[in-house]
Design a binder for this molecule. Structure first.
Ligand SMILES: *[C@@H]1O[C@H](CO)[C@@H](O)[C@H](O)[C@H]1NC(C)=O
Ligand SMILES: *[C@@H]1O[C@H](CO)[C@@H](O)[C@H](O)[C@H]1NC(C)=O
Ligand SMILES: *[C@@H]1O[C@H](CO)[C@@H](O)[C@H](O)[C@H]1NC(C)=O
Ligand SMILES: *[C@@H]1O[C@H](CO)[C@@H](O)[C@H](O)[C@H]1NC(C)=O
Ligand SMILES: *[C@@H]1O[C@H](CO)[C@@H](O)[C@H](O)[C@H]1NC(C)=O
Ligand SMILES: *[C@@H]1O[C@H](CO)[C@@H](O)[C@H](O)[C@H]1NC(C)=O
Ligand SMILES: *[C@@H]1O[C@H](CO)[C@@H](O)[C@H](O)[C@H]1NC(C)=O
Ligand SMILES: *[C@@H]1O[C@H](CO)[C@@H](O)[C@H](O)[C@H]1NC(C)=O
Length: 440
């Protein structure tokens, strides 16, 4: 038996890392920079207090010397590194380590809910936990009946033969415990939907690879626009992009350096303090990817996609969420330091943060697939576990996922906590990684 357990793995939109050719226009020329820094620093300190052992009252806006007094530490976890130190005292917004304190459910600012109302019990809808009765219709009926609340799966083993999609916010699929309540899925996505691929696999020709190598999940939490698989297509990934022209609030009008909090904007009309926004940048000619990769020669990096000299060729491809800390005449101050540089050639924009499906969870269950020898990398049958697509502020916890090709996906999702999920393979190695996880 091969087992790996993941404790506290959390995703949020972000990106970061490295380049040249900027002047730090603001830092160099703007008066009032020191007050911006202390605003940002104040926020940072507050956050450290939230995550660490907080004194009852916030201190006054601090001086630099105060920083190391308040550790950024999730209780129960202690990491030490040259980027972090023992208590976060070495962490710097311009350093290589991202500020991950916002990762996870509700930006890590609220506990995952417990004790929500049980809205439905799958047994009431005809499910029989004998491992043999096909419970697919019962589960589908329960999902259709519940607009919000817990769908409870009592002890037993429930045979499911196809994909289950949850698309209402506030729905939690809960069992009586991993190893106690089991959803047994006997079919792969290939069994259910077939394959369009040619079957060659193991090369860089996408049309020669399994349709199900990158998703979707058999149990999906899918936000608006989630694709219906009935028609089958290649690699269906979940939901519509939450960022679009409709979410655009304003263009960004000036360069900014990674680590800074000040962002010049064309208009502040739609911007308010405390509002969550998504900062986007794109790549039109390879300069972004070059910057992110610390100015390396990217000429040979993207043979697979056949792009001339760079991998990314898309607007709004890098995204970062922050609350707005303050709104000024022609700029905003973000609560979080930017994890990437902003250059005008990357068409930087401020968007509304659109969470999609929210407050969903899956917990205290075993998700077990019928055993079949792993077909190989890129050749997967599609025994794919759980998927969050177009979701935010959701969780997966206290689960065992067994015999899966891919275990858990997050696409176009933010602020998702994955905690205490054990991946097992009952009869032998299924190779592959423990998790297929895309932070997007
Ligand atoms: C950002 O710009 C600065 C200044 O030009 C540069 O030193 C740095 O490498 C750039 N990239 C990142 C990811 O910081
Ligand atoms: C949840 O419910 C259980 C059982 O009723 C109770 O013991 C526990 O205190 C509740 N927890 C919270 C946080 O309300
Ligand atoms: C899964 O179970 C259903 C219902 O019993 C059955 O029709 C189907 O053939 C099974 N699939 C596999 C791959 O065993
Ligand atoms: C990719 O594979 C398909 C199916 O085997 C084949 O028709 C196509 O010519 C291949 N394309 C390339 C670029 O090799
Ligand atoms: C979004 O806006 C851009 C710039 O105005 C425009 O080029 C693009 O066609 C728009 N996209 C859609 C889908 O409307
Ligand atoms: C970048 O790499 C390509 C391919 O190896 C090479 O032809 C080119 O000269 C390199 N450019 C620089 C500036 O080193
Ligand atoms: C990339 O495009 C931007 C704007 O389109 C232009 O200003 C810049 O010079 C270009 N950079 C390179 C390296 O081609
Ligand atoms: C983790 O999940 C297992 C079930 O897989 C459960 O028995 C255990 O109590 C959970 N651990 C924690 C720390 O919640």
């Amino acid at each position: 038996m091969r087992v790996c357990t993941i404790f506290v793995l959390a995703a949020f939109l972000s990106a970061g890392s490295s380049s040249t050719h900027f002047q730090d226009v603001f830092e160099a020329s703007e008066a009032g920079q020191s007050s911006i820094n202390s605003e940002a620093l104040y926020k940072r300190i507050k956050r450290r207090i939230f995550l660490g052992q907080a004194p009852a009252l916030l201190p006054p806006p601090p001086s630099q010397a105060v920083v190391s007094t308040y550790p950024i530490m999730v209780p129960g976890f202690a990491f030490t590194s040259s980027l972090w130190g023992a208590h976060g005292e070495l962490w710097e917004p311009t350093g290589r380590l991202l500020d991950y304190s916002y990762a996870g459910y509700m930006a890590n600012e609220a506990p995952i809910p417990i004790n929500q109302t049980i809205a439905a019990d799958v047994v009431q809808f005809g499910a029989v936990g004998d491992g043999v009765t096909d419970c697919t219709q019962a589960f589908k009926a329960a999902i259709a009946a519940v607009s919000s609340g817990v769908i409870y799966v009592p002890p037993g083993t429930y045979l499911i033969t196809t994909q289950l999609t949850i698309s209402n916010s506030g729905v939690v699929l809960r069992g009586a415990g991993a190893g106690v309540s089991t959803i047994y899925i006997n079919n792969s996505l290939t069994d259910v939907f077939g394959q369009l691929w040619s079957g060659h696999g193991k090369d860089t020709n996408i049309s020669a690879q399994s349709d199900w190598k990158d998703g979707p999940g058999m149990i999906r939490f899918a936000g608006p626009g989630s694709a219906d698989l009935a028609g089958v297509g290649h690699v269906q990934i979940g939901a519509q992009d939450p960022i679009s022209n409709a979410t655009l609030l304003t263009a960004i009008t000036g360069h900014a350096l990674r680590g800074s909090v000040k962002v010049m904007v064309a208009s502040t009309k739609a911007l308010k303090p405390n509002q969550w926004v998504t900062i986007t940048i794109g790549d039109v000619n390879g300069t972004l990817v070059k910057d992110l990769y610390n100015n390396v020669n990217v000429t040979n990096m993207c043979k697979v996609t056949g792009q001339p000299a760079y991998c990314i060729n898309d607007l709004r491809v890098m995204r970062f969420h922050s609350r707005i800390y303050a709104v000024h005449t022609n700029y905003i101050v973000l609560e979080r330091p930017l994890p990437f540089n902003i250059s005008l050639e990357w068409v930087p924009e401020v968007h509304a943060f659109v969470p999609g499906i929210q407050q969903c969870g899956i917990e205290a269950l075993t998700i077990q697939f019928q055993w079949k020898q792993y077909a190989g990398h890129l050749l997967e049958d599609g025994f794919n576990g759980i998927e969050f697509a177009g979701a935010a502020n959701c969780w997966a916890r206290d689960l065992i996922i067994s015999n899966s090709d891919n275990h858990l996906f997050m696409w176009l999702s933010s602020f998702i906590t994955v905690n205490n999920v054990t991946v097992t393979s009952l009869l032998g190695s299924r190779k592959g990684g423990c998790f297929y996880l895309t932070l997007s």
